[in-house]
Design a protein around this ligand. Sequence first.
Ligand code: DQA
Length: 153
Amino acid sequence: MKIQIINGPNLNLLGIREPEIYGFASFEDYLQELVLHFSDVEFHYFQSNVEGEIINKIHETGFSFDGIILNAGAYTHTSIAIHDAIKGVITPVIEVHISNVHARESFRHHSLIAGVCKGVIAGFGLDSYRLAVEALTQQAKTTAGMHFKLSQG
Ligand code: DQA
């Protein structure tokens, strides 16, 4: 199973940026834990502060990967272009947030991408990403089971 993780603007500063909200770990360190935990998942990681680069990565992986885990950072609340990119691909996208955006400023309460994502996970710290991987792997198992049942008649 191939999963693309995409982190948007300012998430390169994880571990340094507002640690009281986002924690002290860098994403690279956390990713190593994920890779060890899910040994049968092939992880690809991409971070960019540039909206168009995030869109390009969604296009690049959105027809061949099994899942995309997207933390679009502040673009979550502003980007119609990322909304359209998610809508334009086949691969299911899960929106994740480290913080509970609904418990923060009101401008973070609305997501322009949630409606075109498979689901949303927010507020569990970096563990939000693990929960998203669990959701994707579980969905893949359920779909495989359904195909098996169908092929058995
Ligand atoms: C965030 C929440 C966003 O509102 C914010 O702009 C971020 C990080 C999160 O992971 O909690 O950059 O996506």
